[in-house]
Design a binder for this molecule. Sequence first.
Ligand code: ZN
Ligand code: ZN
Length: 387
Amino acid sequence: MPVKNRFAELQDEITAWRRDFHENPEILFDTHRTAGIVAEKLREFGCDEVTEGIGRTGVVGVIKGKASGSGKVIGLRADMDALPIHEATGLDYASKTPGAMHACGHDGHTAMLLGAAKYLSETRNFDGTVVVIFQPAEEGGAGGRFMCEDGLMERWGIQEVYGMHNWPGVPTGQFAIRPGAFFAATDQFEITVHGKGGHAAKPHQATDPLVASAHVVTALQSIVSRNSDPDDQMVISVTSIESSSKAFNVIPAAVTLRGTMRTMSKTNRDLGEERIKALAAATAQALGCEAEIKWIPGYPAMVNSDAQTEFAADVAEAIAGACERDAPITMGGEDFAYMLEERPGAYILVGNGPSADVHNPEYNFNDEAIPAGCSWWAEVVERRMPA
Ligand SMILES: [Zn+2]
Ligand SMILES: [Zn+2]
């Protein structure tokens, strides 16, 4: 079975929605316009129930199948938010908001799930209930967690949940997935090394936090190379070093380091936090300084369930003729992780072709992926809950 014919017919309409979202990007929870359009369209399609304001600006739609005897309920999730990036594509439908851009393709995700909702409302060729979930604030705001905290899974009785992301570098309309940990946990840290400032020509009268900070940066490199299991991917990057003085001839009193840690397992997540704190404290102390450490927990690792992943891959293979079932792990984060912590499910990548990478000002969602993406959503429903 290739893509569903109905989506070839709907492609122009879905593309127009996508380009409208692209032109009007909204960041984090400020997805008011987008959510309003989503809710309006779901009502227009004849969804049985549409609820706004879940997880602040999230939207939930319910579509009942022509039968309901199975008692099954499946959740399908898309994200709606854009990024604080200034668009550089030069497209005629480029962002009208300076400094905001759909650089991760969430415009495409929202449009594709809307397309699937339209088809599923028309056909209802399944035995059970579909819950379409449109979330805000995937990009750092944990919108998925806020929707879960608003009782998303319990309130709508969701039993399994599925998600999709476009992926540059995967051929257009092809699919890739992997079971188990797929996207990383993304924690952040801020380490302020306090010393005693002074004249740069009289270092013996100061306690230099800058030299101590440099040693902390070096010491942190030993965690991935010496402490963690080489089979269990982990990244620690110090990304910023900021002195309390900008002068050429002053030893500062304090230096702040910032960085991120990416882990795929609870073991490494705990180990990394413990080692970063211990190394920063002991290294600073060894050089006469004191480290103050702020730990900022981020998204957990996103872990695909085995059975649902295999099912998702079978559906993808039916649509695209093939599916990469051993896609590489990505050390990026994804807050669909929160939904997968609450329910079994799977997250799949749909090829965006040879485009610029996501989060790049030149990136654009590939509208040619729409029929494949929409078909996957619809087929997940029709196969998991056959009429
Ligand atoms: Zn992103
Ligand atoms: Zn994204």
